[in-house]
Design a protein around this ligand. Structure first.
Ligand SMILES: Nc1ncnc2c1ncn2[C@@H]1O[C@H](COP(=O)(O)OP(=O)(O)OP(=O)(O)O)[C@@H](O)[C@H]1O
Length: 302
């Protein structure tokens, strides 16, 4: 069996002439949190709808838990909990009442209700009608609805959208607990880089329907570059000395910006600059936002 719980190959969806999802090859490792990051309209929801077989793909294939979604739709979907485009519920019923309906529909034991209410910490409010809930509580009910079937895989579309900081923290902690304590794989989408950074083990970045990055979160962070900003007495000569020795260097007026790499480390840079008197040296580190801008091209950010 594949080590990936979700694997897509060439997955594509068009709306008219617009290619919303363009040949994407997702690789989602089992037991991890995978953040699917992209600006509004990048194609996240369309991808998720295809993963859940809510819309058909024009091209490509989806394998979930090592099985073809096309051929084994029913049995695969039974093992997936999902929350797409906000929770749906009966406002005049309690959380318990809403979950009871789902249990009946899916022929699940009613004992599951207490457990999931506990997991999402709604037990104290279980008997209150949902229409009085805060947005965060409604979202937690949505996750409880997804969890009631005890899924191996949870697919959540923008689960923190519209929540206040406390609500965001709650959902974040809940996702970490589900992943670490219950081993559930979580695939979640977001347009907020810092959100994905704070919880995801893996990240996929979608832009204009194309998957432009997919790897461990650390690999994205590793693209962080450190540069030294240096001011010397003779900037032109220092610039040429650095370039001659193979250092990636930019010159802005008197300031030299030298990229630090494994081969061109700080010691090597200072060795080259020994003949010069250094008036100022400081370190500049690019943020994840900078890396994201480098990946997606200028003028577009999340
Ligand atoms: N049913 C549809 N009919 C026509 N175009 C669609 C349809 N669904 C999505 N699109 C288009 O496909 C593109 C991707 O949309 P999608 O909703 O997947 O993006 P997204 O990344 O989820 O963004 P958002 O966070 O805004 O939902 C957009 O250009 C959107 O207009």
């Amino acid at each position: 069996m594949s080590e990936f719980i979700i694997e897509t190959n060439g997955l594509t969806r068009r709306f008219g002439r617009h290619v919303s999802v363009d040949h994407i090859d997702l690789r989602v490792p089992e037991g991890k949190i995978y953040g699917f990051l992209g600006a509004n309209g990048a194609g996240k929801t369309t991808t998720i709808r295809m993963l859940l077989s809510l819309i058909r793909a024009d091209e490509g294939s989806v394998q979930i838990m090592g099985r073809s979604l096309k051929r084994e739709r029913e049995s695969i979907l039974r093992n997936i909990g999902s929350l797409v485009e906000g929770p749906s519920y009966y406002g005049h019923l309690s959380a318990y009442g809403n979950l009871k309906i789902i249990c009946k529909l899916l022929e699940l034991p009613e004992e599951n209700i207490r457990e999931v209410l506990d997991t999402v910490r709604l037990t104290p409010y279980a008997k209150q009608t949902v229409k009085g809930y805060s947005l965060g509580m409604k979202q937690r009910l949505g996750i409880a609805q997804a969890l009631i079937r005890k899924p191996k895989l949870l697919i959540l579309d923008e689960p923190i959208n519209g929540l206040d900081p406390a609500g965001i923290q709650e959902i974040r902690n809940l996702m970490l607990a589900l992943s670490h304590e219950q081993g559930i794989t979580i695939f979640l989408s977001s347009h907020i880089l810092s959100e994905i950074q704070s919880i995801a083990d893996y990240v996929g970045i979608i832009q204009g329907g194309k998957l432009i990055f997919q790897d461990r979160m650390q690999e994205l962070e590793k693209r962080n570059t450190v540069r030294l900003s240096i001011i010397t007495d003779r900037p032109d000569e220092a610039y040429h000395a650095l370039i001659r020795n193979g250092a990636t260097t930019e010159k802005h007026g008197n300031e030299l910006l030298v990229t630090v790499t494994g081969r061109m480390d700080q010691g090597e840079i200072f060795r080259i600059l020994q003949p010069f008197s250094l008036q100022h040296v400081s370190e500049q580190t690019s943020s994840l936002e900078d890396i994201f801008l480098q990946l997606t091209g200028k003028g577009e950010s999340l």
